[in-house]
Design a protein around this ligand. Structure first.
Ligand code: ADP
Length: 421
């Protein structure tokens, strides 16, 4: 099997979302946690999961370039840079700086930026990103703890992150199909544009855009835009048509849910699951006093309960509580503290025999998976749009569900545990 698509994802749940998408569209896909140390996994698509969304831009660039070089050396024919469908970033980056560096590395003149995913309620119209019926800047993303999004105009948002010219392919061109889109790309390049935001109002648009990007060395966007890429390889006779059903071996063992996301969907999921399982709330203002003691208390609480069924440990809190913690500890410190707590709890829980773990939150998942020393994930069936069941390579074979904060319905935690059992 030869590698076709090399992907770099700026967070772990985003990587899983993308790996899920490529698997569903017929590519044998492996997600790796950072650059794997051992052999190149045998796959048609490899998604290298980084945790580079909110680190300093220079570090995000360095890690992304390293991943790009490794993927190219492994034989990747096209590079895909995946970020969140809500374009999570700040004026310092990291989407613009990373995309610029990858363009330079690949000696590519032009790329697209398309975070749209209409099936998941992310559409772009005239460069403005909508979350469901709301502009991005009116959505709950305006209160995200790390990357508050207060401007919906992606041409403007990306324009603040790069010195290169940012352009737009509007919806009326996209509606005319892949040839019209390819012509628009060519015209924008003549006009000196190097990054094009591309409108998308329905999933069919993503296929047209994907096809139009067939020859691009670099494509950037959300997982939705990756839908159109496998067909490009099929059209070149490089990828077989195959049954899209996937299954995973069972992980067995005890189970737990760790929720470190404060996104609206996770708030609902935590509320719902609290009536199904014992739940423990982590408070950063208490953790700061003595982390070791606090974690020992959590484990003393969890240990006798685990044998009876899953437990939920969460830091999920409403925006006013988050603002209070951030006001007292600082935004980064509050986030790091919770991530460290979740990472250490994950390690302690697996030592207690937890082999099935559901994690809510992109940054949180990154911290947990790094602490567990997971190197790669086999991708299983989809639980909710963007979230598959996965099985970690290595020993023990941990069943993991890594969920981006805003994904899944209110019953998601129960559904995820069912999928792993
Ligand atoms: P999402 O996928 O919803 O964006 P993430 O895990 O990526 O979730 O980001 C949530 C961030 O908020 C993490 O850095 C986490 O540590 C931090 N966080 C979680 N709970 C709290 C809290 N109660 N107060 C302050 N920060 C929090």
């Amino acid at each position: 099997m030869s590698l076709l698509l090399g992907c770099i994802a700026d967070d772990f749940t985003g990587a899983t979302d993308l790996a899920n998408m490529l698997t569903r569209h017929g590519m044998k896909t492996i997600q790796t946690i950072g650059i794997p140390k051992g052999d190149i996994p045998d796959a048609e698509a490899i998604v290298v999961a980084l945790k580079s969304r909110t680190i300093p831009a220079a570090e995000a660039v360095a890690q992304s370039l390293e991943a790009c070089r490794w993927l190219k050396a492994a034989g990747a024919r096209q590079i895909f840079f995946k970020y969140c469908s809500t374009f999570d970033s700040t004026d310092k980056g990291n989407i613009g700086p990373v995309a610029d560096a990858l363009l330079d590395e690949l000696a590519a003149p032009f790329t697209i930026a398309c975070p749209a995913f209409p099936e998941n309620k992310r559409s772009i119209y005239l460069g403005h990103l909508f979350v469901g019926n709301e502009l991005l800047s009116d959505s709950s993303m305006r209160n995200h703890p790390l990357t508050p999004m207060r401007d919906s105009n992606l041409v403007r948002v990306l324009g603040r992150q790069t010195k290169r010219k940012v352009g737009l392919v509007p919806a009326n061109v996209v509606a005319r199909g892949s040839e019209a889109i390819a012509q628009a790309f060519a015209q924008l390049q003549k006009d000196g544009v190097q990054h094009a935001i591309v409108d998308a109002l329905q999933d069919e648009d993503l296929f047209s855009i994907g096809h139009a990007a067939s020859a691009m060395a670099l494509v950037t966007g959300g997982s939705g835009i990756a839908m159109g890429l496998p067909d490009n390889f099929r059209a070149q006779g490089l990828l077989a048509k195959r049954d899209q059903k996937v299954s995973l071996a069972k992980a067995g063992g005890l189970s737990a849910v760790l929720a470190g996301s404060c996104s609206v969907a996770t708030l609902k999921q935590v509320e719902t699951f609290k009536s199904r399982a014992p739940a423990y709330a982590l408070d950063p203002l208490i953790l700061i006093d003595n982390l070791d003691n606090s974690l020992a208390e959590v484990m003393a609480w969890a240990r006798p309960l685990l044998a009876k069924g899953p437990v939920l440990i969460y830091s999920t809190a409403t925006p006013d509580r988050v603002a209070e913690a951030q006001g007292r500890l600082g935004r980064d410190k509050a986030g790091e503290l919770i991530e460290l707590a979740m990472a250490r709890l994950a390690t302690m829980l697996t030592t207690e025999g937890v082999h099935r773990l559901v994690v809510a939150g992109g940054e949180t998942s990154g911290a947990v998976v790094s602490a567990l020393g997971v190197e790669a994930l086999e991708i299983g069936p989809q639980i909710a749009p963007g979230v598959p069941a996965t099985l970690a390579t290595g020993s023990p074979r941990l069943g993991l569900v890594l969920k981006s904060g805003n994904f899944g319905g209110p019953e998601f935690f129960s559904e995820a545990l069912d999928a792993l059992s």
